[in-house]
Design a protein around this ligand. Structure first.
Ligand code: ATP
Length: 576
């Protein structure tokens, strides 16, 4: 991805942050007042030591105490208000990006070779957490640290020099801490997320792992990553702890040093006792944000890395501009000179594909493994874009349809069916919030799944929290019903009978017949001859290229002739 592209992601994030500008300004202004009110303590100290104790005026003491109590209440309220404002900045940031990132993550999951897009949702949480964290508030307080140092300077230049020199050393130590822990911190995070991804994969395939005695190997691989992560974590945390301890000790020493310098000046009658104590308190206030920054630095680092990854992901999945929806299409599919390159690959998995499908027709796609059959299915349903050539549905290119609208016109049964947490009815209704019960039952009947579903105690309301409740064949039928839900115009079935017996296969064929009768078009990817029984058209693929396309009998006849004459060239059959 180019820098310019990433910049569009950064700009999108910045735009979301800009929407929270009034809240951030409020927090900054509140911080200014909080920091000014922080002077209350030192000034009170100054007054008590230098005025009350010398004048012995109880009246002044009471007045000062009441005033101080009032100012501290105001300070507390402002401190609370700025924390509330920043919590809302974080919450708003997350809620503005939640939906966009969910869409982007889904889009990336089918188009991304490394499949790490799930990271984006935790990155969003990390940035939100940082926006509400004390470390960010410390950043607001930071600009006031020099102001406090200048005030100390006004008490006496020697104290000012102690404050500036000490503060400078502390900032250097903080930077050193950041620098020495960054590399290990990043490696620990990377190992942790790799281990998480590996474990997620293993959990999905738990049956294969336990069934084939792969448990030890799987655990060892996962533990290796975890150990690597722990090693880097310990290395980073040892360094951070050493520098953190040194910084804390130095900060405490600095306050004592300030008192010593102050006491020396008092002994030489160059400073009052009140100023001595006030300077020490002011120093504490000036250094507090530095220490808070130090403590919250890992969170800041995580948020910064998350921000970069979010920008990259948003840039890689730009928002599609709103489109004028083409009308509901007829089931006319045209594919011309199609070339498809799978995500992350350089070589096409499919090239030179040209076919046409009319309403009421079914096309069978056959060919050996890795011929590109599933790739064609993914391209036709709009999951993988055409690298060259065109796919048109009723004359309009697929890109003209907003993705959800296109999805409603297409029913897709992928090679491996995944059902989601919810009832069977919700799954058939494609997880719609308000499923249409009649359409659910109609789709289930068409898929031949109705009797199977009603045989469950809870029928359509059977919860599929755990997919293992359904057999492979049952899952396939529910998947087929989901594909048929909402009367799509085009049905794409990728090996629909892979897990079905002959009765199940007959049900699939009946569904294909019904689709054709109502004027829909069907593409069936098949390995078994029974699956193409309802297909009048046949496309044969081999090593990503179209070998033949035409009426089924012609293509099959041609295949038989070619296998009888192995040297003969395969010639495309004329289009019907
Ligand atoms: N997600 C992917 N990323 C990269 N390459 C892929 C991906 N999916 C498939 N391919 C490649 O595309 C080519 C065609 O694969 P495809 O799944 O379309 O074959 P197929 O004909 O459906 O095979 P099968 O009958 O075994 O399911 C293969 O070389 C495969 O390696």
């Amino acid at each position: 991805m180019t820098v310019a592209n990433i910049a569009t992601g950064r700009e999108e994030l910045a735009r979301v942050m800009r929407a929270a500008t009034p809240l951030i300004i409020f927090a900054a202004v509140a911080s200014a007042f909080v920091n000014l009110l922080m002077l209350t303590g030192p000034l009170f100290m100054l007054q008590v030591y230098d005025r009350v104790l010398t004048s012995r005026s109880e009246e002044t003491l009471v007045t000062l105490t009441l005033l101080v109590a009032f100012l501290f209440v105001i300070m507390g309220l402002l401190d609370w208000a700025r924390a509330q404002a920043m919590a809302r900045v974080g919450a708003r940031f997350q809620s503005c990006l939640d939906g966009r990132l969910f869409d982007s993550t889904l889009a990336k999951a089918v188009s991304d070779a490394d499949r790490t897009s799930g990271q984006a949702l935790s990155d969003l949480a990390a940035v939100r957490q940082f926006l509400c964290a004390p470390v960010l508030i410390a950043l607001f307080d930071m600009p006031f640290a020099p102001l406090f140092a200048v005030m100390i300077f006004l008490f006496h230049p020697l104290l000012g020099m102690v404050a500036f020199a000490g503060g400078g050393i502390l900032i250097l130590m903080t930077a050193l801490n950041q620098w020495t822990t960054r590399r290990h911190g990043a490696k620990a995070l990377r190992a942790a997320s790799e281990a998480e991804a590996l474990a997620a994969g293993f959990l999905t395939g738990a049956e294969a792992i336990l069934g084939m005695g792969m448990g030890d190997a799987a655990r060892e691989r996962w533990q290796r990553l975890r150990r690597r992560g722990l090693w880097h974590f310990i290395a980073a945390s040892d360094r951070a702890a050493a520098l953190g301890a040194a910084t804390r000790s130095f900060r405490l020493f600095l306050q004592s040093a300030m008192l010593s310098a102050g006491a020396w000046l008092v002994l030489h009658e160059q400073l009052s006792a009140g100023a001595m104590v006030a300077a020490s308190i002011l120093l504490g206030r000036a250094l507090a944000p530095v220490e808070q920054l130090l403590a919250g630095w890992p969170l800041a680092q995580q948020a910064l890395a998350g921000w970069r990854r979010l920008a990259r992901q948003l840039a890689a999945t730009p928002r599609r501009p709103p489109r004028t929806r083409p009308p509901v299409p007829r089931a006319r599919l045209g594919v011309r000179d199609l070339v498809v390159i799978p995500p992350g690959e350089r070589r096409p998995a499919l090239s030179g594909i040209t076919l046409e499908l009319e309403p009421g027709q079914a096309l069978g796609v056959i060919g050996p493994s890795a011929a590109g059959k599933s790739t064609l299915a993914r391209a036709v349903v709009g999951l993988w874009p055409a690298s060259a050539g065109r796919i048109v549905l009723d004359g309009a290119g697929l890109a003209q349809y907003p993705p959800d609208a296109l999805g409603r016109h297409i029913g897709y049964l992928p090679q491996s069916v995944r059902l989601f947490r919810g009832t069977i009815a919700e799954n058939i209704a494609r997880m719609a919030l308000c499923p249409d019960p009649e359409a659910v039952v109609a789709a289930a009947r068409m898929a031949g799944a109705h009797e199977m579903i009603t045989a469950f105690d809870e029928g359509y309301d059977t919860l599929l929290g755990d997919e293992s409740r359904l057999s492979g064949g049952q899952r396939q039928l529910v998947g087929l019903a989901r594909a048929l839900y909402g009367a799509p115009k085009l049905l794409v079935l990728d090996e629909p009978d892979a897990n079905l017996d002959s009765v199940g296969s007959a049900r699939v064929n009946a569904a294909i017949r019904a689709m054709k009768e109502r004027g829909g078009a069907v593409i069936v990817i098949a390995h078994r001859p029974a699956a193409i029984a309802e297909c009048e058209l046949l496309l044969t693929l081999d090593a990503g290229r179209q070998r033949a396309f035409g009426p089924r009998e012609c293509v099959l006849g041609e295949q038989v002739r070619n296998s009888a004459e192995p040297r003969a060239r395969l010639t495309p059959v004329a289009r019907p």
